[in-house]
Write a protein that binds this ligand. Structure first.
Ligand code: NAD
Length: 347
């Protein structure tokens, strides 16, 4: 019997196209049944590239298709919460791209809708499925690092997405730094203080839409360790995602990836090819995240990244935004309820 999870996908832009290619061929436990995008040409063209998978322009077609067990949401962020709630009501499991919403109350409502309907909800924090980051996580869990003193991470895009995307993204911290807050919590632990500096440097358009393109964030973890996050939308030389955890027994480094392990040496230079974007750097991680989601559905277990994890990273991102705007440190508190963490700003 075919045990694959029958999946529908909505939103076929930068991220959705990549999820479609993965779901159509790289995820043994998933079967891509139908794709939807509001843009008819986009949906039709992608369907042709996927050997004729069913397509349409209406999200309701996924909800009404009784074949479909799970929906992958890669539409623009402002649509996520409504789409999660509609999927939950239709009894479909959900993999949703980050963030769940640009509003924390809507985030919690969407999480509650999934919980009440008894459907799985996994959020797209792909770094948790990257082999290198997982190795680092395992080493920390095995206490090979000892007491953690410092955490350092860089996330830099080679070039910025268009301003149409940026306007609906929720702002730099909720769109970019969110990933680093999730990594920081996952690797090191909960965070109790955030300070952020941000600037719009590469293009006056960022300031015109009230956003920034570079930021430095410092954090204090509840366990005492300190952390530094640097982010950019405009690194120019390539896409970088690298991290370091310095502890009493060992230091872990997840280095910036190269396109290939080849270095070209000439008398006055050495040359390496950097990867150009997140899809190239994290190709395996995106596939592994979807595979893990399909496995959670089929084995009826909790997904590895929960809605509460997404909410926690969002609250931390909003704290960073407040710190940047108000020029001060923002302190946070968190509590565990039913095994899930809930963050709040203290002041
Ligand atoms: N995990 C990651 O690394 C990562 C990276 C990039 C983007 N994202 C997230 O993925 C989501 C999508 O980002 P993107 O860069 O792919 O955006 P995008 O603008 O490239 O694509 C969005 C797609 O959704 C379609 N769409 C819009 N309204 C729709 C509707 N009502 N019904 C169906 N389709 C609709 C658009 O036509 C477009 O094709 C965002 O939430 C973003 O935060 C995650």
């Amino acid at each position: 019997m075919d045990d694959r999870v029958r999946v529908g996908l909505v939103g076929l832009g930068r991220m959705g196209r990549f999820h479609a290619a993965n779901l159509a061929g790289r995820i043994p436990l998933a079967d891509l049944v139908r794709i939807v995008d509001a843009d008819e040409g986009v949906a039709r063209d992608l369907s042709e590239g996927l050997r004729g998978v069913e397509w349409s322009t209406n999200y309701a077609d996924l909800l009404e298709d009784s074949e479909i067990e799970a929906i992958v949401i890669a539409s623009p962020t402002p649509l996520h919460a409504d789409m999660i709630e509609a999927a939950a009501e239709a009894g479909k499991h959900v993999f949703c791209e980050k963030p769940i919403s640009l509003d924390i109350e809507r985030t919690y409502e969407a999480i509650e809708a999934a919980r009440a309907a008894g459907v799985k909800l996994q959020v797209g924090f792909h770094r948790r499925f990257d082999p290198d980051y997982r190795r680092a996580w395992q080493k920390i869990a095995a206490d090979e690092v000892g007491e953690v003193y410092l955490f350092r991470t860089s996330l830099r895009d080679m070039q910025a997405p268009g301003f149409d995307y940026i306007k609906g993204s929720g702002g730099f911290f909720a769109d970019v730094t969110l990933h680093d807050f999730d990594t920081a919590r996952w690797l090191i632990g909960e965070i109790e203080e955030v300070t952020a500096l941000g600037a719009a440097l590469s293009d006056p358009g960022f300031e015109e839409v009230g956003d920034i393109d570079n930021a430095v964030v410092t954090v204090r973890f509840a366990g005492g360790a300190l952390g530094v996050i640097d982010n950019s939308r405009v690194a120019g030389y390539g896409y970088e995602c690298s991290s370091e955890v310095m502890g009493s027994r060992a230091t872990l480094r997840v280095d910036n990836h190269r396109r290939a392990s080849v270095e070209t040496l000439t008398p006055d230079s050495s040359h390496q090819d950097y990867v150009s974007d997140f899809v190239e750097r994290f190709a395996d991680a995106y596939a592994a995240g979807l595979e893990s989601f399909a496995r959670a559905v089929r084995e009826d277990r909790d997904p590895e990244v929960s809605g509460a994890d997404a909410a926690a990273a969002f609250v931390l991102a909003k704290a960073a935004e407040r710190s940047h705007r108000e020029g001060r440190a923002v302190r946070l508190t968190n509590e565990m309820k039913d095994g899930e963490v809930f963050y709040e700003e203290v002041d």
